[in-house]
Every structure is written in structure tokens, then in C-alpha cells.
Design a protein. Structure first.
Length: 87
């Protein structure tokens, strides 16, 4: 799987964002981090994607799918699925 296409939209103060980033870092999964507090266009993207909500983390995957405020278990399941698709 080409992990470089994973984009994580979040904020530095968000505990769920920190948890998601810790998970990705611990599993050596490459991703692009975009802080929506510092990027107005990214903030608008997140709001549009989440039907008016500024929900973070919003994670976009190479297959075009996304997860919003995922639990660690949901992240684990997603990466198992993506890994199996590329095997």
C-alpha cells in the first residue's frame, strides 16, 4: 500500500487527532498532516465533507475512503483491509 497518499486533517489541540497520529507513527505509516487551524481551505474541505461539522481527525485514504474521528480499533481494521487489498 502506498501510504504516502493518506492525508490527516486535524488540529494540534485535538486529543483524537493526537491519538490517531500516535497510531500512524507507531505503525510507521506515512501520512500528510494538515492542521485546519492554519489552513482555511483545508478547514472548508473538512466542513464540506462532514456536512457542516468541523470534525477532526478526518483521514482520507488512497482508495478514496475516509474515516472521521475513528477509534484506534477502527483504524486498525482499516489498515488490515487496505493491506489485504494490496497483497
Amino acid at each position: 500500500m502506498d501510504n504516502t497518499e493518506i492525508t490527516v486533517y486535524g488540529t494540534n489541540w485535538c486529543l483524537d487527532c493526537r491519538r490517531a497520529r500516535r497510531f500512524l507513527d507507531a505503525h510507521q505509516i506515512k501520512y500528510i498532516w494538515i492542521n485546519i487551524d492554519q489552513d482555511i481551505q483545508a478547514e472548508q474541505f473538512v466542513i464540506e465533507l462532514n456536512k457542516g461539522m468541523r470534525s477532526v481527525p478526518t483521514i482520507i485514504f488512497p482508495d478514496g475512503s475516509n474515516l472521521v474521528e475513528p477509534s484506534t480499533k477502527t483504524l486498525e481494521e482499516k489498515f488490515i483491509t487496505l493491506t489485504n487489498q494490496t497483497s
